[in-house]
Design a protein. Structure first.
Ligand code: AOF
Ligand code: ZN
Length: 387
């Protein structure tokens, strides 16, 4: 019998947490490099205040919720997707605001991966006598802050790989034609992704073939820097990317073999240059990821082509995948398949999505999900096991 009320309590808390998660998700693309956070203040079974972190540098979710609730916060339960902060960043600590307002209980989705906060927010609230529960819908709450956690823990951005392919797995026909493989509705989804990330990354071959703009149309909450992997600095000055470089930033990632005159010309045309010291394709990509992390880019969208996607998978840097599969078959051994690179040897080494989501988009299948990191093993381990 004694279990019953707490079970019911837990179910109710999950419902509130789900609402807080919904709120938080509305901030996608608006708060990075900060995490998305949602918060409810609940009293006598009703919401007396709600809030979300809306913009980088702006008030935290708890503060917005407290403002809404006013004096009703006294004795209320705070349901928040992320551990309240206890440090002074761009804003004052949320723990103190909750304590001051007389909140009696705090229900937290997950701990803050930020080492300045991690666990200390909880300690502070408990020390002030508040009842604290941690871990309600923890997996979902951790998933919400995964890009923020990756950036803060590894200094690298969250890598989203996106491509559109035919039913037989090609990115383009044998002549390089790719307009259009996916439906307008699928392309609209792609543009929505573009509008929330910090960078859109492509290889030089893609630019040479498509003269792509790599902008979000219509624009989203965030303007991505367009990044071209271009070891020899071949990006044409008359390309649409370079011609618009003054309006939307372009970063050209070049290798040691790039000629200084080419680099100078691109710089004069308004492009930024990042130069790798390494002639090795994998080291080049590793270095660029570190550079993007240094710039506090939280999420980047890699759009291809096959070689770049191959490099991303070969270096195990992909975190999330969005694929549009169109019911068209074009054949051709010369037609590029979606992911190049070296690839894996055995199916047991395959990158696999966790609980992928499927949506039908005017005939296309839109499949998305995160890469299962728990399953991932070093190729060497797999080799050892097979001996
Ligand atoms: C919260 N509630 O809504 C968010 C939190 O520079 P600041 O003051 O905005 O602090 C940013 C840090 O605060 C961020 O790195 C993360 O640890 C935490 N984010 N915490 O209590 C919120 N967005
Ligand atoms: Zn805070």
């Amino acid at each position: 019998m004694s279990q019953r009320p707490s079970d019911r309590d837990y179910r109710e808390l999950c419902q509130w947490m789900r609402q807080a998660l919904e709120l938080a998700r509305q901030s996608w693309g608006q708060v990075e490099p900060n995490p998305m956070v949602g918060c409810l203040l609940v009293k006598d079974g009703r919401v007396v205040g709600q809030g979300r972190h809306r913009r980088f540098g702006g008030p935290h979710a708890e503060v917005e919720a407290l403002e809404q609730s006013g004096a009703e916060a006294a004795g209320a339960t705070c349901v928040v997707t992320l551990e309240p902060c206890c440090h002074r960043g761009k804003t004052a600590p949320c723990t103190e605001a909750l304590i001051r307002a007389g909140v009696s209980r705090v229900v937290i989705g997950c701990l803050d991966p930020n080492p300045q906060v991690h666990g200390r927010g909880v300690d502070r609230l408990r020390a002030a006598g508040l009842d604290v529960t941690v871990g309600v819908l923890e997996d979902e709450c951790l998933r919400l802050v995964a890009p923020f956690a990756k950036l803060i823990q590894t200094g690298r951005p969250w890598v989203i790989a996106k491509w559109a392919m035919t039913l037989d797995g090609h990115l383009a026909s044998r002549t390089g034609d790719s307009k259009w493989i996916s439906s307008p509705e699928s392309r609209e989804r792609g543009h929505r992704l573009r509008g929330g990330v910090d960078a859109i990354v492509v290889g030089i071959e893609t630019v040479l073939a498509d003269d792509c703009r790599l902008t979000a149309r219509p624009p989203g909450p965030r303007t991505a820097t367009r990044v071209v992997l271009d070891r020899r600095a071949r990006l044409p000055l008359e390309s649409r990317l370079v011609r618009t470089a003054h309006d939307v930033p372009v970063l050209v990632a070049v290798g040691p073999e790039a000629e200084p005159e080419r680099i100078g010309a691109l710089e004069s045309a308004g492009c930024q240059i990042w130069r790798s010291d390494s002639a090795d394709r994998l080291e080049f990509w590793e270095g660029l990821q570190r550079e993007m992390g240094r710039r506090e880019w939280t999420q980047i969208l890699v759009e291809g082509g096959a070689r770049v996607l191959g490099t991303c998978f070969d270096t195990q840097s992909v975190d999330e995948v969005h694929v549009f599969v169109s019911p068209k078959i074009i054949g051709g051994e010369q037609a590029p398949s979606a992911v190049g690179g070296v690839g894996v040897a055995g199916i047991c080494e395959a990158f696999e999505l966790v609980q992928p989501q499927f949506t039908a988009l005017s005939g296309d299948i839109y499949l998305s999900g995160r890469i299962d990191r728990s399953k991932h093993r070093e190729p060497e381990d797999i080799h050892r096991e097979s001996i």
